[in-house]
Design a protein around this ligand. Structure first.
Ligand code: XLS
Ligand code: CA
Ligand code: CA
Length: 441
């Protein structure tokens, strides 16, 4: 069965191509510094947005035209696997990601749910044998079912805590079975609506206990994936415990989990937290905690998680700067946790959206590498902080001074000389680099 019969394999045709079904910038073999694009751009397709969701929103029903939707139940789940692998193949994408309930329907109890999952995982495993596409990460959906109304590992109900553990246990087994590179924990409902009925200390302690048990179980079964926390400040809860990277990092350190986790950073979650995407990447990078990325973008005119495909070259450039400076993402990747707009309902839009996202990050990678080669930011920063390379500044960073000596230094100062931060000029320089990349220079 073919689900995308009008679409052929998507190939790189270069910047001047007018074929919408071709990559203009994503050329996997092209060199980016001493690596190739495919080393840095480990793109992933999000199963939920691409094969499962129907385009419904709080005000309207589904709009997506998906030929597999003529089936129901397990037949639908199987058709989605066929469609997914045809899509991966035609897009030539290296990875995919899923939640348990994206791939297989829940049964009337946990036994049945696990049985459904086993059937579909078996089918995916067969398809993966003939496919180049690997599993970047899987995760448990511990937020959609009404049982998670008060949270999962942070629920007031110990039964729900146990149920959540059982789902993650199964998820770790599935991840092992399919050779997942990472395992993601996004605490969708791990937070609270109102402090008035919340034991915050118990909830956070329980969340940490849950993560420790997850780490132990992965070890027990020999599943060596990188564990990832995906921060998000809010939505669906009013206040989520993994608010942003800094909050998540403090939590991990507080509970002695920092050696077992890194972060999966989503652009839209960064902006919801009042940060830029690159801020979150930088915070993780400088603390050696940058694991993987959910490559999407929010809409500054809307205040929620719109999960749009990334098309902002400026943002992708600054993101790729962090990723290249990190030496790549290791076992992580760039998962398109992004959905086509509700009005982009034709199956072709799925290809066009992924092409747009992949080309955007390819341009970002090229520009970022050029900025690094030319030491644009490095020179600016070195020059701006040069007062710490000699004299009293060097004493400060080497820890050989104290408040007495600093006071003596300050008292002896006739004048403090400062230089401009040159922000407008720096931004204009970035524009110049972006435009040069488009001109092929
Ligand atoms: C929701 C999250 C979710 C995670 C995986 O906002 O982005 O999709 O990536 O559970
Ligand atoms: Ca995400
Ligand atoms: Ca999201």
């Amino acid at each position: 069965m073919t689900y995308f019969k009008n679409i052929n394999a998507i190939k790189y045709e270069g910047a001047n191509s007018t074929n919408p079904f071709a990559y203009k910038f994503y050329n996997p073999e092209e060199k980016i510094g001493d690596k190739s694009m495919k080393d840095y751009l480990r793109f992933g397709v999000a199963y939920w947005h691409t094969f499962t969701m129907d385009g419904s929103d709080p005000f309207g029903s589904g709009t997506m035209l998906r030929s597999w939707d003529k089936y129901t139940g397990m037949d639908l789940a199987k058709a989605r696997v066929e469609a997914a692998f045809e899509f991966f193949e035609k897009l030539n994408v290296p990875f995919f990601c899923f939640h348990d309930i994206d791939i297989a329907p829940e049964g009337s109890n946990l036994h049945e749910t696990n049985k459904n999952l086993d059937t579909i995982v078996g089918m995916i495993k067969e398809y993966m044998k003939d496919s180049q596409t690997k599993l970047l990460w899987n995760t448990a959906n511990n937020f959609t079912n009404p049982r998670f109304v008060h949270g999962a590992a942070s629920s007031n109900s110990a039964d729900v805590f146990a149920y959540s553990a059982a789902k993650v246990k199964k998820g770790l087994e599935v991840g092992k079975e399919l050779g997942a590179e990472n395992y993601v924990f996004w605490g969708g409902r791990e937070g609270y609506e109102s402090l008035l009925n919340t034991d915050m200390k118990l909830e956070m302690d329980n969340l940490a206990r849950f993560y420790h048990m997850g780490v132990d179980y992965a070890k027990e079964i020999g599943f060596d994936a990188q564990f990832l926390i995906e921060p998000k400040p809010k939505e669906p809860t009013t206040h989520q415990y993994d608010f942003d990277v800094a909050t998540g990092f403090a939590f991990l350190q507080n509970y002695n989990l920092q050696d077992h986790f890194k972060f999966n950073i989503e652009a839209n979650h960064a902006t919801l937290a009042g940060h830029t995407f690159e801020h979150e990447l930088r915070y993780a990078r400088i603390n050696n905690m940058l694991g993987s990325v959910d490559a999407n973008q929010g809409n500054p005119l809307l205040g929620w998680d719109t999960d749009e495909f990334p098309t902002d070259v400026y943002s992708a450039t600054l993101a790729m700067y962090e990723i290249i400076k990190n030496g790549g993402l290791g076992r992580g990747g760039l998962n398109f946790d992004a959905k086509v707009r509700r009005s982009s309902f034709e199956p072709e839009d799925l290809f066009l959206a992924h092409i747009a996202g992949m080309d955007t990050f390819a341009v970002g990678a090229k520009v970022a590498q050029k900025l690094i080669d030319d030491k644009v930011f490095e020179d600016i920063v070195d020059n701006r902080y040069k007062s710490y390379t000699e004299g009293i500044g060097l004493d400060i960073v080497e820890g050989t001074t104290d408040f007495h000596k600093l006071e003596a230094h300050a008292l002896g100062l006739a004048d403090v000389k400062l230089a401009s931060g040159r922000i407008e000029h720096i931004k204009a320089t970035i524009n110049q680099y972006v435009l040069k990349a488009y001109a092929g220079e």
